[in-house]
Design a binder for this molecule. Structure first.
Ligand code: DX5
Ligand code: ZN
Length: 254
């Protein structure tokens, strides 16, 4: 899935640098850009999904909001199913901003979700909900709000495929990136390395061409991008510019 990882090792001063990058790369995945359909033209969602994937998006991000956990109301399982019926084959990353989650987990799994990510405070039994996602054949993720502590990861490493760090408060597209997220990303990346587990690290909120390299450097490997793509006429240009920034970060700093 997604483009091949660029070689970082040759740009880093040896020998300690090479070791550092080798260790980091061992735990890093390919870099994926996941367009968030929240900012797409919802009257033409299928077309928008096809267009943004053809423009270079690697997986679709579907923000599920319930007007309860967050003050907004968006997509249900039937939208996910409709995208599959429309012919979308790319992975669909369902981000549940809803409470409770277990019923939605089952419904979205049946509707064709690939990843299902929820906020730990939205489940009374986080461990059980993570199990439920995997039992239904999906990859499981936890989403952490800007003020949510990383402690909730401690006892569930075996059940995690993805950690989503929110760089805005959940509920709306088009918000400003919260800078303290960079520190949190670095800490999360260090925890992933320490765990030795194969876990993706996603960043969600306020990602643009001019900050994507910084979040990559801080450890993110999956970039959820809504308004920065869908407010522009040429999706491919934004995604190409982002890829160039990511390559520049790898070549310049790695
Ligand atoms: C916010 C959502 C995000 C949102 C990102 O609650 O989880 O996925 O779509 O949108 P931008 O990129 O516009 O911040
Ligand atoms: Zn999201």
């Amino acid at each position: 899935m997604g483009p091949a990882k660029l070689p970082r090792i040759i740009y880093y001063p040896p020998p300690l640098g090479i070791m550092a990058v080798l260790i980091r790369d061992f735990f890093m995945h390919d870099l994926l850009i996941a367009p968030s359909l929240l900012s797409a033209d919802c009257a033409r969602l299928g077309e928008e999904a096809v267009r943004v994937l053809e423009a270079g998006g690697n997986m679709l991000h579907l923000d599920v909001m319930d007007n309860h956990y967050v003050p907004n109301l968006t997509f249900g399982p039937l939208v996910c199913e409709a995208l599959r019926n429309y012919g979308i084959k790319a992975p669909i990353d369902v981000h549940l901003m809803a409470h409770p989650v277990d019923r939605l987990i089952v419904d979205f799994a049946k509707a064709g979700a690939s990843y299902i990510t929820f906020h730990p405070e939205c489940s009374e039994h986080v461990d059980r909900s993570l199990d439920l996602i995997r039992k239904h054949g999906c990859k499981a993720g936890l989403a952490l709000n800007p003020a949510t502590n990383l402690h909730c990861l401690e006892y569930v490493w075996d059940k995690l495929d993805l950690i989503l760090i929110m760089s805005v408060n959940p509920g709306f597209g088009g918000q400003q990136f919260i800078p303290s997220t960079l520190t949190k990303l670095k800490k999360t990346r260090a925890l992933i390395m320490e765990s030795g587990k194969d876990v993706r690290l996603a960043i969600d909120g306020g990602i643009k061409v001019d900050n994507i390299a910084d979040v990559a450097e801080a450890g993110a490997d999956t970039f959820i991008v809504g308004s920065a793509i869908f407010t522009q006429p040429n999706y491919a240009k934004v995604i190409t510019d982002m890829r160039q920034e990511l390559a520049r970060d790898l070549h310049g700093k790695a």
